[in-house]
Structures are given as C-alpha cells and as structure tokens.
Ligand binder design. Structure first.
Ligand code: IVH
Length: 682
C-alpha cells in the first residue's frame, strides 16, 4: 500500500474513555474520510488506515450493540462501494495479494507451490504495479463493463469512463468472430510518472489542486462523474489476470498473457518465468534497482504459479490466493524530526512553507527539506516544529511528508507578516501567501534568474542558484534585464570568480542575447507558459511583436492554450510592468529571433518538432517509426535533451527515458505517436 495523503490526520487524537463518545468520534472521522474519498477524489489516509478505523468501530459496536445506529458507516452494504457510482458485482472475487518483505517467506512459498504441483513448478514473475486494480469485462469480444475493485466483491461501475481509455480496446482484436462468450480481465489502471507530472503542472496552471502521487491521480481520474474528464487524463490499463471466462480456456498464465497481447491489451513489462529461489531473488534485485528509472511506479514483484491446475489445487483463503505472493521492495520512507518551518519565496512571489528536517537518508538520498505546499496544507497536515514525520521519496518527485506524530513540545510555524526576503507586504490569495514586491524582491529575482538560465529558456551555463544569489546580493542585478549588461569585469568582482570563470559566464550571457521566441517566452516566466505552450505561441504568431498585439481570442485559438491561459497571457502581456520588462530586455541588447515561417498542419503534423525513440515499439520498427516521424515534418534525433519535444518509448526503454523524465520531456507511447501523426493532440 503506497503512502498517500496523510495517515495520521486526526487519528492521533487522545481516545476518549466512553465507548459512546469514541463510536461517535469514529463515525465522524469515517464520514470525513468518505467525503475526501468520494467527493474530492483525494483520500487523505491510506486504505489500510481507513480500514483500521472501520474495524475499530465494528468491534465497539459488536461489544455495545445498543450503540449501533442505522446511519452508522458499518451499516452500509459494501463499505466504500457506496459512492456516487452504481455498484457492480465482480465476475469472481477480486482478492488481494499476500505480501512479504523477507526471503524466508518467499522460499516457503516456492516450496509450498512446488509441493502442490508435484515437483518444482514454474512461477510467472511480474512487477507489482502501483495503480488501482480494475476489472474489465468483454462479452462476445465487446467491452461490456468495467469496475473498480471496491471491497473485492462489489466495485464501482466505471464503464463509461473506461470506454474513453485508449489502452482498453472497445473490442478484442484478432478473435475473428470467435471471441469468448465472456472474459473478465483484471489489471491495473496506471498513470505514468511523466504524464502525472505534466498533468499536475496543467492542473496548477488552471488553479486546481495537484494530486499527491500517480496512484491518487489515476484513481481520481478514473473516478470522475464526467467521462470527458477521464478521457482527458493520461490513463493506461495493464492486464494481468483472467478473473472468469466462458468460451475460452487456458492451461497456463503464459497463455493468458499471450492472449491478452493478441487481443490488443497491454501486459506488464519484464515478465519472466522462473522456478529457482535464487533466480527470483535476482529478478527482485534487478527490478528494485531499476525502479527509479521506470516511468511508472512499482512497489515490488508478484510471483504467480504458471500452471492453472496447480492454482486450482492451491485455492485461496478468504482474502488472498495461495498460488500468488507479492515480494515488496524496501520502503522509500524514513522518519525524522521537523527542526524548523520556514517560508521560501519563489520566482513568482509565492511563499511556500518548507519543513527543515534533521537530515535523513531515504533510499540513498539525504533529505533535509520537505515542502508543505501552502497555508491550507500546512494547517490541514498540522505539522509543527518538534513533530516526528515520515518522509517518502517517490522517483524524482520532491520528498513528501506522509505521516506525522506530534512531538511532546511542538511549536507552530510562524506565518510571516512580511516577505522574509524583502520585508514587503504580503497578500493572501486563497491558500497562498504572495510577496507583493513582484519586481524588486531579491528572492523573486534569484528565482527569475534561475528560470532564465534554464535550458528551455536562455540556456546560460554556470548561472546556478548560488551565482544568481551573488548577482542579486551584490546589487549588480536589480532588474532581470540587468543580467545582459554585465561584462566580464563586472562578474569578476563577485566573490568566487576569477578571470577565466568570469570571462566564461560573460560569454554565455553574451551568447544568450540572441534567443529565439519560444525560449524567450519561457525565460520571461509568464504565468503558465511552459515549453510546449511557448512553442505553440511562437508557431502561431511568429514574432514577439505579433504576439504582443494578439487578442484573447487569437491566443485562445493557439494549440495547447486554453481559455483561461489565453486570458492570463493576454493580461500579462498587457501589464505595464511586463511591457517595461520586455522593453528592458531589448534595451539590454536581447534580440528575439522571429520564427521564420509558422509551420502549418499541412506541412506535417509534427513540423518543427524534435522526436527521439527508445525501446522496442509494439508494432513499428525503429526505421519505420523514424520515417513516419520525418514524413510528418519532425526531426529525429538520437540523443535526449531538454530541446526534445517527445520521446517515444517502447518496452525496455532504458536510460533515455530516465533522462527525458529529468529534462521534463513528454514521454509518449506508440499509440500516441501515431495519433500525433494524424494531427491529434497526442
Ligand atoms: S495479480 C490476487 N499482478 O497488487 C491475485 N496483482 O493486493 C491477482 N497488483 O490489488 C492480482 N501488480 O491490484 C497481480 N502484476 C500484478 C500486479 C498486481 C499490481 C495489485 C493488485 C492488487 C494489489 C495487491
């Protein structure tokens, strides 16, 4: 169970002595979590923590039957399945997996399975995917229903939503009129890390709340009342089990997986068949080592008996099958102390509360800070100086506080009344505190310089956080364009600079004065304008002058720009101070190159885009894919850098995918690539 939200939210409150009061408190808490789960789609405690609350309530009610009321959460038929979706009964129970972290349990499992099979038996090894379990049912080859796992017997009917997901084909492929009468398929609904990061950025731009992790994002995206919302979310379904079937029989799991592939369903990557404990241990180590490089989250491996007759003999307990086992990875979380809570001023003036932690090693990385996001989160999580917190690190995502235990002497964070960097007035915008000194606040200037130096912007090597800080502190940069007036001699006056290093940075700055429009727009730091949108704007308007003159309607018509973004960009471009800023750049010698000819759709759907490939694509050879991309007007490159627009990844993507993820490049699969070629939005 991944850590999600905040497991101790309220649950550390002292237990009241009277059972009646405790029962009431538990009911209130369960209802509150139901609301987080159903109405807001953002559970703040793990399923296990929720189950513990329900269990405690059940026990109390069993001991005190007089306290049972008809509206108690325990009186609902199927626990959490009673949400806004209709309930559906699964074709067969969706059991959970027995999970372990130690070798001995795995050895015992392998021995037990071998005995049932009358000799060593093949095990299918798969990654344990960290999404949510979903059942999809096909009748006569047509998708007929889909449901979340729910309580294992009954789930939520999410058929309409699942119909919008590309990786769930509407009909089973390759059955040539001989599709099975019914097949119920279990699999995992996932969101890739790169898609998750992109979606969260988009949510933030629209002023919506981002999701805590890919798993919550997948769950929240699937459990939408409006299927159009689900359709817009990058979900992916990976099939791994047949729950029930009529009109088709299998004798091994390997056959099942082969059938899934034939039918056009994705199956887990890295599937292996092994029987020796050592080989299983090697597989576990290998996947644990690769975990961070994968574009989706996994939290262990799953071992399953390959022979289905052996499965039948082994059977199941009430909760899990005896023929399967999950071998989990070591958790990527550790506990430590909150030593202080400070407010950090970002590029746009927003103050982010940050917990300063006693440094702790979390799976090989020293973590000493964790974001508390904003004021609302700070008070919701109720983290105070002196508390013990559990820190979770998932991939290259910023460390998150996932649990907190109150310290004996805890101190509330001091909410600043003035900007900690420039002492200017602060204003409150919803959950955010913002420094009003937008143009002179040194912290904002440092942030703006860092943004300017990024590869996607002016790309100035050597202008890191520390150098930016020195430039601002020395007074050499009071307004962002000042950077472009600096000479080597100026830079040399900064602490830490010698003749060579100052000449180098001055050269970089001089080179950066010539910049093309998309890079300029990213560097300018307009709200919500990232790489893709900057390119869209540049392609549409061609020059800075034309863009500055654009109307809201013209902006709205641009690819990747929505109505809200169009209005924001228009307001920014017409803001007196931003106009002055742009003029300042020009006065400081910055020359913004116009885009020569705006590529049109006819010139190829991928005109002007840079694209690279990695891994084995499901249907296209590398040569075919490259040819198609080039015909579509794209430039195909071998290497991955921030300048890339898309990395098309197949199975076994390797280090390129990792690099692309770090560079913030969109990683897409073959299907999306083909859609882009046809002129779709990907
Ligand atoms: S097999 C019970 N295979 O892990 C046997 N499950 O409780 C059927 N999971 O809810 C499950 N990856 O959603 C299987 N490759 C995989 C899996 C997998 C993830 C999930 C499943 C289940 C949870 C464990």
């Amino acid at each position: 169970m991944p850590l999600q939200g905040f497991a101790y939210l309220g649950s550390m409150a002292p237990r009241s002595r009277s059972p009646a009061r405790r029962v009431e408190a538990l009911r209130a808490r369960i209802r509150r979590h139901d609301e987080y789960y159903y109405q807001r789609n953002r559970p703040v405690i793990s399923d296990a923590a929720y189950d513990r609350l329900v269990l405690e309530l059940r026990r109390l009610e069993a001991a005190h039957p007089e306290l049972v009321t008809p509206d108690s959460p325990t009186q609902r038929v199927a626990g959490r399945a009673a949400g806004p979706f209709a309930s559906v009964r699964h074709a067969a129970p969706m059991l959970s997996l027995e999970a372990t972290r130690d070798n001995e349990t795995i050895e015992a499992f392998v021995t037990r399975v071998a005995k049932a099979a009358g000799g060593a038996s093949d095990l299918i090894l798969e990654p344990k995917l960290d999404g949510l379990s979903v059942e999809v049912v096909y009748r006569s080859g047509r998708l007929s229903s889909a449901a979340t796992r729910g309580d294992g017997t009954t789930g939520e009917d999410v058929t309409a939503n699942v119909r919008t997901i590309d990786s769930v084909p509407p009909t089973l492929r390759g059955t040539r009129g001989a599709a099975p009468a019914m097949v119920s398929i279990r699999g995992e609904m996932l969101m890739s890390r790169s898609a998750f990061a992109r979606m969260n950025r988009a949510l933030v731009v629209r002023g919506e709340e981002p999701f805590a992790n890919p798993r919550n994002a997948a769950a929240g995206s699937l459990r939408q009342l409006d299927p159009r919302v689900t359709a817009s979310r990058p979900l992916r379904f990976v099939a791994y089990e047949v729950l029930a079937a009529r009109g088709v029989t299998f004798t091994t799991d390997a056959q099942v997986l082969a059938a899934f592939r034939r039918w056009g369903l994705a199956i887990p990557e890295h599937v292996e068949r092994q029987r020796a404990v050592e080989a299983i241990a090697r597989y576990h180590r290998r996947l644990e080592g690769r975990r961070e490089q994968m574009d989706y989250e996994i939290d262990g491996i799953v071992l399953k008996t390959n022979a289905l007759d052996a499965r039948a003999r082994l059977g199941a307990t009430g909760h899990h099958p005896r023929w399967a086992m999950a071998w989990k990875f070591e958790p990527r979380s550790e506990t430590t102390m909150v030593e202080d809570i400070v407010f950090q001023v970002g590029r746009t003036g927003v103050l982010t509360p940050v917990a300063l932690l006693r440094p702790v090693d979390v799976s090989g990385v020293t973590v000493s800070r964790a974001t508390l996001h904003n004021l609302t989160e700070l008070s919701r999580r109720d983290v105070k100086v002196g508390d013990r917190v559990r820190i979770h690190r998932a991939g290259d995502v910023i460390p998150e506080i996932v649990e907190r235990r109150r310290g004996a002497r805890r101190k509330k964070a001091r909410i600043p009344a003035k900007c900690p960097a420039c002492k200017a007035r602060l204003s409150r915008q919803g959950p955010f505190l913002r420094c009003d000194n937008r143009w002179e606040c040194p912290a904002q200037l440092v942030g703006a310089l860092r943004n300017l130096a990024r590869d996607e912007a002016f790309s100035i090597a050597g202008l890191g956080e520390e150098v930016a800080r020195r430039l601002v502190r020395s007074g050499m940069v009071r307004r962002i364009p000042d950077l472009f007036t600096l000479t080597a001699a100026d830079i040399r006056r900064l602490p830490g600079f010698a003749a060579k290093s100052s000449a180098k940075l001055a050269n970089e700055v001089a080179r950066a004065r010539r910049v093309d429009l998309p890079h300029f727009l990213v560097g300018l730091g307009l709200p919500g304008v990232g790489r893709a949108m900057a390119r869209g704007l540049a392609d549409a308007f061609g020059s800075l002058a034309a863009l500055r003159a654009a109307s809201v309607a013209q902006l709205d018509a641009v690819r990747d720009v929505g109505a809200v973004e169009a209005a924001t960009i228009h307001a920014a471009l017409n803001d007196r101070r931003i106009r002055a800023l742009i003029d300042g750049f020009v006065r400081a010698g910055v020359r913004v190159r116009a885009v020569r000819e705006a590529p049109t759709r006819r010139a190829g759907a991928l005109a002007g885009r840079r694209i690279a490939f990695t891994g084995v694509l499901p249907t296209l050879s590398r040569a075919e894919a490259s040819r198609l991309a080039e015909e579509g007007g794209a430039r195909v490159t071998e290497s991955v850098s921030a300048a890339l627009d898309y990395l098309v990844a197949g199975s076994e993507p390797g280090s390129k995918a990792d690099k692309a993820r770090r560079a913030g490049v969109a990683i897409i699969d073959e299907r999306r690539f083909l859609r882009l070629l046809r002129g779709g939005s990907g």
